[in-house]
Ligand binder design. Structure first.
Ligand SMILES: Cc1ncc(COP(=O)(O)O)c(C=O)c1O
Length: 410
């Protein structure tokens, strides 16, 4: 149903288009709404509802209540003194999203979207999930707010993230394993979109800053709590802003949430870390900002990975939450504008960083977040001791233990 299509003439003048407009979800050429006719009015309703409640004090108070009392915010900004000392360079701070209820940043967004869905009178929720973290967060939020929840998950991910599948079921959600194509996150999104077209009464809680407008803007706004807290916390700890903010990029929600409050602070370098997987060959990584081209995928225009026939490419990453062939449109805009830089961390580097953080700081990071740690451990020694690097520790690694034990045996 969702065939990628190139926008005629759209890719030629990317750098000339420099404006972004939140109200239309347009980031230069990127973003927009590319959906079947059946979904257009449904998505328009969500955009209108979000525009209405975004600045509504009652809605914001309700959101703040749950973030504080259910999620446990604010999350600490932890000075990783041992890691800093071992690396011998810049000071490294970790934004501890792993300490949120359910163990990742995803719940910041599911609370926001489910509260909006409730205001819109919706009672049925669907979601896609890769690592299972967004699925678990959606299942828990649906249980909290008394909503019916179905989660679509690639069959491959059902296997490697078994614990999260059981958590979702325990929380009362139905989990649908999707076996088409690569049986990963892309196929889970395809299937969730198909279910939405079939029943527009449901609310699709998209798990990253991707999809048609208003999702990239809305998810960014809900996740900006990460960057807003970080900004305040680092000013308190160091009386100045950091030199670098680093975050892993799957669809791009923890990273855009970290980056957004720093956009105007042009001295703060923003670095997104894509999964470099096993190498630069087709199907060996999941890094559209490094190796892709602009195209439409899942309702918006952004960088996408293609195979030699121009079809959406197969992807690979050690990390189930990062192996997606597309990326949120605002990241494509930031890349072209040069405001953010997008680098790679390989599977092996992420696995190494996973163990490093366990042993130096007593923190088991998610494999997704380990990509950001991996890049930070390469960067910090090249910087002076007076420089500051903040890393978004997007989630905890308990869910990855079985997989890591297998990988370490191999
Ligand atoms: C812990 C964690 N970090 C990062 C990601 C990647 O998603 P995003 O790029 O939207 O932050 C995921 C996705 O499942 C995740 O579970």
């Amino acid at each position: 149903m969702y065939n990628s299509q190139n926008i005629p003439g759209g890719t030629e003048n990317l750098s000339a288009i420099t404006k972004s407009d939140d109200s239309r979800g347009q980031f230069g050429l990127y973003g927009g709404v590319y959906v079947p006719d059946a979904l257009a009015p449904v998505i328009d309703d969500i955009a209108k509802a979000y525009a209405r409640y975004k600045n509504d004090p009652e809605f914001q108070a309700e959101l703040a209540y749950y973030l504080k009392n259910y999620v446990g915010r604010e999350s600490p900004l932890f000075f990783a003194a041992n890691l800093t000392k071992n690396l011998g360079g810049a000071k490294i701070y970790l934004k501890r999203e792993d300490l949120n209820h359910l163990g990742a940043h995803k719940v910041n967004n599911t609370i926001g979207q489910c509260l909006l869905a409730r205001r819109m009178g919706k009672t049925k929720i669907i979601a896609e999930t890769g690592a299972g973290q967004h699925g678990v967060a959606t299942a828990a939020t649906a249980a909290l707010l008394g909503m019916d929840c179905t989660v679509y998950m690639g069959a491959l991910d059902v296997e490697r993230q078994h614990l999260n599948v059981e958590r979702m079921r325990m929380l009362g959600a139905k989990v649908v394993a999707v076996s088409t194509g690569g049986a990963g996150l892309k196929e889970a999104v395809d299937e969730a979109l198909n279910a939405w077209v079939a029943d527009p009464e449901i609310f699709y809680v998209i798990g990253s800053a991707v999809g048609p407008h208003p999702f990239p803007v809305m998810v960014r706004d809900f996740q900006s709590v990460i960057g807003n807290e970080t900004r305040r916390q680092i000013l308190e700890a160091e009386q100045r802003l950091p030199d670098y903010c680093i975050a892993c990029v799957g669809g791009g929600s923890n990273s855009i949430g970290m980056f957004h409050p720093f956009f105007k602070d042009t001295d703060v370098k923003l670095i997104g870390v894509e999964p470099g997987g096993r190498g630069s060959g087709l199907g060996e990584h999941a890094a559209p900002l490094n190796f892709g081209n602009p195209d439409v995928l899942h309702g918006s225009f952004s960088y996408v990975l293609h195979d030699e026939n121009g079809e959406v490419a197969p992807v690979h990453s050690i990390s189930a939450g990062l192996d997606y062939p597309g990326v949120g449109p605002e990241h494509s805009f930031l890349k072209d504008r040069g405001r953010a830089e997008y680098v790679l961390a390989s599977d092996a580097e992420a696995l190494e960083a996973f163990q490093t953080l366990c042993r130096t700081e007593g923190i088991i990071p998610a494999l997704e977040s380990s990509h950001a740690i991996a890049y930070a451990t390469k960067l910090a020694p090249t910087l002076g001791k007076d420089q500051i690097v903040v890393v978004c520790l997007s989630g905890r690694g308990d869910k990855d233990m079985a997989q890591v034990l297998e990988l370490l045996k191999a």
